[in-house]
Design a protein around this ligand. Sequence first.
Ligand SMILES: Nc1ncnc2c1ncn2[C@@H]1O[C@H](COP(=O)(O)OP(=O)(O)OC[C@H]2O[C@@H]([n+]3cccc(C(=O)O)c3)[C@H](O)[C@@H]2O)[C@@H](O)[C@H]1O
Ligand SMILES: Nc1ncnc2c1ncn2[C@@H]1O[C@H](COP(=O)(O)OP(=O)(O)OP(=O)(O)O)[C@@H](O)[C@H]1O
Ligand SMILES: NC(=O)CC[C@H](N)C(=O)O
Length: 557
Amino acid sequence: MPGLARWLDGAAVNVRQSKHMGDNLRLVAAQLNFWVGDIEGNAEKIIAAAARARDDLRADLIAFPELALLGYPPDDLLLRSGIPPAIEAGLERIRREAQGIHLVVGHPEYAEEGIYNAASVFRDGQLVRRYRKRLLPNYGVFDEKRHFLAGRSACVFDLKGVPVGLCICEDIWGTRPADESRDQGARLMVNINASPFALGKSNQREQVLRARAAETRLPILYVNMVGGQDDLLFDGDSSAIGPDGTVSFRAPTFEEDLYGVDFADGELRGVMSPPEAEEAVVYRGLVQSVRDYVTRNGFPGALIGLSGGIDSALVAAVAADALGPDRVWGVSLPSRYTLDMSNDDARIEAEALGIRYSILPIEPTFDALTSTLAQTFEGRAIDITEENMQSRSRGVLLMALSNKFGHVVLTTGNKSEMAVGYATLYGDMCGGFAPIKDVYKTLVFRLARYRNTISPVIPERVLTRPPSAELRPDQKDSDSLPPYEVLDPILEAYVESNASIPQIIAMGFEEATVKRVAGLVRRSEYKRRQAPPGPKVTRCAFGRERRYPITAVYGDF
Ligand SMILES: Nc1ncnc2c1ncn2[C@@H]1O[C@H](COP(=O)(O)OP(=O)(O)OC[C@H]2O[C@@H]([n+]3cccc(C(=O)O)c3)[C@H](O)[C@@H]2O)[C@@H](O)[C@H]1O
Ligand SMILES: Nc1ncnc2c1ncn2[C@@H]1O[C@H](COP(=O)(O)OP(=O)(O)OP(=O)(O)O)[C@@H](O)[C@H]1O
Ligand SMILES: NC(=O)CC[C@H](N)C(=O)O
């Protein structure tokens, strides 16, 4: 499995060195990246990690994330008839080969009555306990009731004389599973997760864990996965929290590694990674998402239409950081409306990033389309049709490069544009993966500035000049849309908080602007359905999470 070697070679051992005696336990949070469907590779990774936790960290227990053996979210892959025997074979191999340490392994369990989202505890060739997840999330991006039956019992197992309670992800967001573990004598809780990243999610998790730890008076070890899986992103953010609300261990976000946490005198303790700025976390998340998507789908690299605008500049920087500059190809596709300044900036960005750079003028393609249509269009005024033909000329050329060389085209549309349909079907929407589709334009600016603090790769004027699609002379985004400082908070209220038009107006926005924006969002659902996937970053992402009818006569609810 390609990820394994990198992880085994590169990872540092993160553990606070402390004495390990008597009642003391050393636990390991396996904050690892598992590939959906690669059961053999995942089993191999679990066995290798257990050996390392035992030998290098002298651990008593290693806990892997939710459904680690199959990956998350498996969706309808769970229904393939070849999956149950493959899961059985993987579990059997783990049971036999991982010795000298307790393992908590997440996996689907195929029972006669249906499928459970389960976790098995193994030790020295024995299946010690098996737990079935009780609370199945069925909101937001989750559809667990579609596939799984809910378990009914709590799980407490013995770890060197210490009763340990076990539960899976959503279980800790309710009260019963942890309460019942405490009632059955647990002295600490282990909670294994596949909890996707979103802005503000880390605080939300902390509040939930703090509440559970306080109610049960038990310390909780929270273990989450890392990695990008299509439209989801897992940030890790594994942690430990005590009954008094103290966070006593925090793993760095998006860092695949094993993290040692000691349990002594009723408390969990590990290394605290320092807090990071929101921009840094989101940027590293986008990098993770692009790296995992491109690598797992076997692309040799990525192609980006590099316009000299900020969106494509940010996507190119993310791609170069994710894949290495050698695997990224920026293509300038100028038209008669492209300013020299834009061409210069695109070249400067490519040079600063060290990526391959080509210039393919779109005029001949556009002229061919115009002359083919000339007779049919006779007597019709030039309008948005011709603007879109420029955008589509770029799409055709980028897809031709993709077909010929194998690189995937990364689209550059941001959430503000995708929300209001400010993008051309089969034009700038043309491509395979959309890294910033859930990033509002105002956040795009912040991320670009953040990236420049690492090394300057985006020219200052790209950050300061007014955004333009450059599809007609002197065009500006602000000709068609409210300023992004106004648009983004309206969108956030309408899309993420489901606020009504009167509620948004009451927030202080102009009635006409709010109505116009809401109308654009409603009318452009058809475009979003045809957009490539990209990682969820906000509280409510289009697609898997915000599901609206396309064909519907609905007004301003
Ligand atoms: N309900 C529905 N279900 C399915 N399809 C539907 C549809 N309604 C329209 N359509 C189809 O969609 C077409 C309209 O969509 P589309 O062809 O995309 O064209 P359209 O949305 O009219 O124009 C593209 C917009 O994107 C803006 N923009 C901004 C920035 C960059 C770029 C760029 O391209 O670089 C573009 C551009 O200024 C313009 O406002 C209709 O002609 C029709 O064929
Ligand atoms: N001259 C160009 N060369 C290459 N690609 C282009 C060119 N013009 C547009 N594109 C592609 O189409 C996308 C959409 O264009 P658009 O102008 O909306 O975005 P941008 O230039 O990246 O950022 P901004 O929204 O700030 O202008 C670009 O991000 C880019 O991928
Ligand atoms: N896989 C799960 O059960 C995830 C649900 C949970 N509330 C989360 O996002 O953290």
